[in-house]
Design a protein around this ligand. Structure first.
Ligand code: CUK
Ligand code: CUA
Length: 669
């Protein structure tokens, strides 16, 4: 055991030096490490690799992570923000589900955002199945301004403002109930794309499954985004009908492929299931053909076609019908190997990499060849008349990686990283074409497979889906953790594994396991932290995060605090500051309509107050400067203390008031 000590010293010092100036641990006498390090390593049975991994990920107090992971929260409906390389959870952003800490869904402004996402019928939705976070981009690189995320279960899209990390808008897709290939953005966030998944009749009219081919359709939505307003503009958005092939993931082109969208599909068989009636189950029916179809969509031309009025409006949304898409040459198909899952455009925009779940290869398509095929057209058509560009005319290369390739990301050294679901591994391989010169290995070659634990789904690298990826880290998003963590019962966390990919010659190394105890994150994006400029406190007192302006009802002057009655409506103007609400006695009558304005006068960072009104399900978070308005009917008589939920000062417990609801003798008879 003692023989490893010199190796440990050398390795740990090397690791320390790579952390940058000021971070190098001071070596003990004679250039060795403090004896305590050796002792701890021996007691805990740590290997030199373990010590290096610890040195690369440990974040001393007060030091900040250089990267942020923005992670889908799966069917928790939320988004999680995690630091890299420390893998510390920094925040959960409430999106599609109520979240008490942020007062999301408990009466204040954010409740209205959540309600925007209800079904058109008014049916309330209080969860979502988030799959793909999409950071806003300028010229194909993250710009740190907005984050979008889709809800696969209900076909919705949410807009999060990265100045305050709050959800500002939820739009319900008016014509589809299922989505998947989104959200992702066009290179300058002109549109946020919400691609479909399970085909249904457009506008979810009723049509029997025997009419599948005629009535069921995929529907790709192009949500127009206004970066100044920070909102999606539904009236300027449009949709395009697609054949009912169950479109899967999609990606926007960039550089030479700018203007195109690539979208996989996995049920070109148009299987309709019905195992209970003796039909082949979906899993067999949808896997019969050797190839499915990669869809190529010319979104720039589609936007022109939509704006020239060649659309049909359904439920207020303009739709380019399938025959129009074909007639206007907006849509092309090319075969792709059996039941593909991910399609990912290389940073230079020259290739689209498709991974087939049931094919051991990744298939690389050439954008140049696709463009030539689109210009020349094709005599080969699918049953809907969509031209099919033959595979041998669009394919550039295939690389055999192993079992169950799903998703691919990239770095700045010409490497691609593909998740291997069935192999439980990350495959690193080289890109060809212009990338060939960037690394020592020849292009289109598998160079390493690193086991991960277990059943990896998505994969992420530093800005690895943009035009300007970084390098150094890869995150494996493993669906199963099985034996990696202490037993917490039969529902197990997932496992994010951080890999070191900084030294190609030495291969990738496993650094850290992070348990994810909150539903299955599908995709994450990793962004440089210095791209973000979030508020430290809201810029002005009375700021309403819903409107991004000072609210006209904000009570910025404590002298204006008070209660006004107008018939049966009672309006309360209540500023708050450590450690009191003003007023502290609020007297109303049963049945009164209450409009309660709350303004935090705080200007100190982290001086957050809460507002809890027990019995009325009202709970707000008021960050420094924030204003919120709550409206409700005082339908329950009694005495209700309202209090602050954040331990804001030594006299936090005294930050309280009474809400007196005088019983209505008539109503209570
Ligand atoms: S999907 Cu889940 S592992 Cu929704 Cu992007 Cu591939
Ligand atoms: Cu304010 Cu506690």
């Amino acid at each position: 055991m003692n023989r490893i000590v010199p190796t440990l010293a050398v390795l740990l010092l090397a690791a320390g030096c790579s952390q940058g100036p000021g971070a190098t641990p001071s070596p003990g006498a004679g250039g060795g490490l403090p004896a305590e390090v050796m002792q701890v390593a021996q007691e805990r049975g740590l290997t030199p690799d373990d010590l290096v991994a610890a040195a690369k990920t440990f974040m001393p107090t007060g030091k900040l992570d250089p990267y942020f992971i923005f992670s889908s929260g799966g069917h928790s409906g939320q988004v999680h923000v995690i630091g890299v390389p420390s893998m510390r959870l920094l925040k959960t952003i409430a999106v599609f589900a109520p979240e008490p800490w942020q007062g999301y869904g408990y009466g204040g402004g954010p409740s209205r955002v959540l309600k925007e996402g209800n079904m058109p019928s008014g049916k309330e939705l209080t969860w979502g199945d988030t799959h793909h976070p999409g950071l806003s981009e300028t010229k194909g690189s993250y710009d740190g301004k907005f984050l979008f995320i889709n809800d696969k279960a209900n076909a919705r899209l949410a807009v999060i403002d990265l100045r305050d990390f709050e959800t500002k808008q939820i739009v319900k897709n008016p014509n589809a109930i299922s989505d998947h290939g989104g959200s992702f953005v066009t290179p300058n966030t002109e549109y946020v794309i919400e691609g479909p998944q399970y085909a249904t009749p457009v506008g979810w009219e009723y049509a029997d499954i025997k009419d599948y081919k005629d009535k069921y359709r995929g529907l790709m939505t192009f949500w127009k985004f206004d970066p100044m307003k920070g909102r999606v503009i539904p009236e300027e958005s449009f949709q395009m009908e697609l054949p009912p092939y169950w479109q899967d993931l999609a990606d926007a082109g960039k550089g030479p492929s700018d203007g195109l969208i690539f979208c996989n599909s996995f049920n070109s068989e148009m299987a309709t299931g019905g195992i209970e009636s003796g039909n082949p189950p979906f899993e067999a029916g949808a896997s019969k053909n050797d190839t499915d179809f990669l869809h190529i969509i010319d979104w720039k031309k589609a936007a022109q076609v939509a704006n020239s009025g060649k659309t049909e409006t359904v439920n207020g949304m303009r739709i380019i019908k399938l025959p129009t898409a074909v007639a206007e040459s907006l849509l092309f198909l090319t075969p792709e190997p059996k039941s593909p899952h991910g399609v990912d455009v290389t940073p230079n925009g020259e290739f689209a990499v498709v991974a087939g779940k049931l094919d051991p290869h990744v298939t690389i398509f050439s954008v140049d060849k696709i463009r030539k095929g689109m210009a020349a057209g094709s005599q080969q058509k699918d049953p809907f008349g969509i031209p099919i560009l033959p595979l041998d005319s669009t394919m550039e290369a295939q690389v055999e990686l192993g079992l169950g390739p799903l998703h691919t990301v990239f770095d700045d050294k010409g490497y691609a990283y593909t998740s291997m679901f069935l192999d439980s591994a990350v495959a690193r391989w080289t890109l060809g074409g212009d990338y060939d010169k960037l690394n020592p290995e020849p292009g289109w070659t598998l160079v390493q497979k690193l086991p991960v634990h277990y059943n990896i789904g998505h994969i992420a690298s530093i800005e690895g889906d943009t035009a300007t990826p970084g390098n150094g880290f890869v995150v494996a998003l493993n669906k199963w953790s099985t034996d990696r963590f202490a037993n917490v019962g039969p529902l197990l966390p997932q496992n994010f594994q951080l890999l070191d990919s900084s030294k190609p010659g030495e291969g990738m190394k496993l650094l850290f396991d992070m348990p994810i105890g909150f539903a299955e994150p599908h995709y994450v994006q990793v962004m440089r932290a210095d791209r973000l400029k979030p508020f430290e406190v809201y810029p002005q007192v009375g700021y309403n995060p819903e409107t991004n302006q000072v609210d006209p009802k904000a009570v910025t002057d404590p002298k204006k605090a008070g209660i006004k009655r107008n018939g049966k409506t009672v309006e309360i103007s209540m500023p708050l500051i450590r450690s009191h609400f003003t007023p502290e006695h609020v007297r109303v009558k049963q049945g009164d309509k209450i409009i309660w304005h709350l303004t935090s006068l705080e200007r100190t960072r982290d001086a957050t107050h809460g507002f809890a009104l027990g019995g009325y399900n009202i709970n707000l978070s008021l960050e420094p400067g924030e204003h919120q308005t709550v409206e409700f009917v005082a339908d329950q008589p009694g005495i209700f203390p309202f209090y602050c939920t954040e331990f804001c000062s030594a006299l936090h417990l005294e930050m309280v008031g009474y809400f007196f609801v005088e019983p209505d003798p008539v109503a209570n008879k």
